[in-house]
Each structure stands twice: as C-alpha cells, then as structure tokens.
Design a binder for this molecule. Structure first.
Ligand SMILES: NC(=O)c1ccc[n+]([C@@H]2O[C@H](COP(=O)([O-])OP(=O)(O)OC[C@H]3O[C@@H](n4cnc5c(N)ncnc54)[C@H](OP(=O)(O)O)[C@@H]3O)[C@@H](O)[C@H]2O)c1
Length: 233
C-alpha cells in the first residue's frame, strides 16, 4: 500500500466519508471534498488531523482545477459524489439531468485531468457507479444512464492513464448509508426479500470492497457489483 495522499471527492458524507475515515485512521494524508468549503473543512476536522477539506461543485467543472491546484503526491483518487436526480422520460427534468450528467461524467473526468500531473505512477482511481445501471427503478433514468456510463469511463481511463489502475464499484442499496438508513420498513422488507443474503449490504462492506479495488495491484478495469447476490434474483 502506498503512502501518498488519498483524495475522496464526495468525502464529506456517506460512503466516501466512511472510506476517507478508514484511511485517516491509518495515518494517511486525506483530502475530502464537497460542494461547500466550510462543510468540507468541518468534515475534515471530524475525520482527523491530517485530513483537509476542499469545496467545489462538480457540476461547475471549469472551476475544479484551480480548487485542486495545491493537492500533491496522490496515491488514490476516489470519485464518490452524487446529487441524486429523480427523473423519467415521461416527465423529463432537463435541469436535474444536466446537473447529474455533468457532475458524474464531466466533473469526475475533470478531477482526474486536474490531478493527472500529481498522480504517482502506481496510483489508482476508483469511480462510484451503482447497481441502478443494471436494475432501473422508477425515476432512475438519469442515475441508470450515468452509472452505465461509468462502466465505459473505466475502460477509456485504463488505457489513457496506464500504468495507473482504474476500477469502479457498483453497490446495491446500502442499508446503513445516510441516504437509506431511514427508509420506510415496508420498502426495506421488499428490498431484503430480493437479496439472497437476507439483508442489505453495509457501508463497512462497501469500504472493504473499495480498498480491495484501490490496493490490489493486479486489479484493473474492473466494474465490481457489491450487491449480496441481488443480480442473481
Ligand atoms: N448509498 C447507496 O446506497 C448507494 C448505492 C449505490 C451507489 N451509490 C453511489 O455511491 C456514491 C456515494 O453515495 P452516498 O449515498 O454515500 O452519497 P451521499 O451520502 O449522498 O453523499 C454525497 C457526497 O457527494 C457530495 N456532493 C454532492 N453533490 C456534489 C456536487 N455537485 N459537487 C461536489 N460534491 C458533491 C456531497 O458533499 P456535500 O453535501 O458536502 O456538498 C457528499 O459528500 C455515489 O456515487 C452513489 O451514486 C450509493
């Protein structure tokens, strides 16, 4: 495992924050980002002393490079941010779709572009997609589209960034994540009944899978589903 900086874009909350915390707990230099500078700084202070917070909006990609200008010596880049867009083709919200498509596809790619000169030769990139790429749900049209595109983004970045590694993680609904922890019991039960392990996956399990993708030097170009076997049903 490397010793350089771990950058978690979308690290102020949820899965990104949990992963940032696991590296900070090992004494690594960590940078967490979110939309707001003060919120990012406050999350960084809670995570640990060697953690720094930076604020920028991924849906405004022209401003990203300047905000990351003094980040150096990067081992891992984790792209975890999301601004959820509930959308369907029948009732299409162009503004919401444009924000999420820009954030996940152009914003994520611009972060990699901005950090490229700072990446160690053995650096690794991890992109968050999600199982909605394979299993749409009502209102998931933009989420399904961008998560599907993450699969292709991995392939082109593997070629462009070689010998650095690029992988993606596609979790199913993570039951104890802030997004889902308060879901109605009947929805929870319906999801559990479709999951062979008899429960939803956890934040700790997703963090473990993220660390495997980042740290195992042979793992490259993988789109890993973490779903407890959901896709088998
Ligand atoms: N939770 C799940 O069950 C689940 C399932 C499948 C896939 N995923 C994927 O896993 C990733 C993390 O999900 P999560 O549920 O843990 O996220 P979350 O709790 O909703 O947190 C989202 C993060 O993204 C940041 N963010 C939001 N909009 C942004 C923007 N426009 N520019 C920059 N940063 C922005 C937020 O920072 P601020 O609020 O500080 O701005 C926050 O740190 C996402 O990519 C999601 O698609 C999650």
């Amino acid at each position: 495992m490397g010793t350089g900086t771990v950058v978690v874009v979308g690290g102020t909350q949820g899965l990104g924050r949990e992963l940032a915390q696991s590296y900070a707990d090992e004494g690594r230099d960590v940078v967490v980002t979110g939309r707001d500078q003060a919120r990012a700084e406050s999350a960084a202070a809670e995570i640990g002393a060697a953690t720094r917070g930076i604020g920028f909006d991924l849906a405004e990609p022209h401003a990203i490079a300047e905000r990351l200008a003094d980040v150096a010596d990067v081992d891992y880049v984790v792209l975890a941010a999301i601004e959820r867009d509930t959308n369907s083709v029948a009732d299409y919200d162009i503004a919401g779709a444009l924000r999420l498509v820009t954030l996940k596809l152009v914003g994520y790619t611009e972060v990699v572009h901005a950090l490229l000169p700072k990446l160690r030769p053995d650096a690794a990139i991890l992109i968050f997609g999600g199982l909605a790429r394979d299993r749409p749900y009502p209102g998931s049209t933009t989420v399904t589209t961008v998560n599907g595109a993450v699969t292709s983004l991995v392939r082109t970045l593997v070629i462009e960034l070689a010998p650095r590694r690029v992988n993606a993680i596609h979790p199913a609904i993570v039951g104890d994540s802030p997004q889902w922890i308060d879901m109605p019991p009947e929805r929870h039960q319906a999801l559990v009944s479709r999951t062979p392990i008899g429960r939803l996956v956890t934040m700790a399990e997703v963090v473990g899978a993220c660390r495997f993708l980042l740290e195992n030097q042979a793992i490259n170009g993988i789109n890993l589903s973490v779903d407890g076997g959901w896709m088998c049903m």
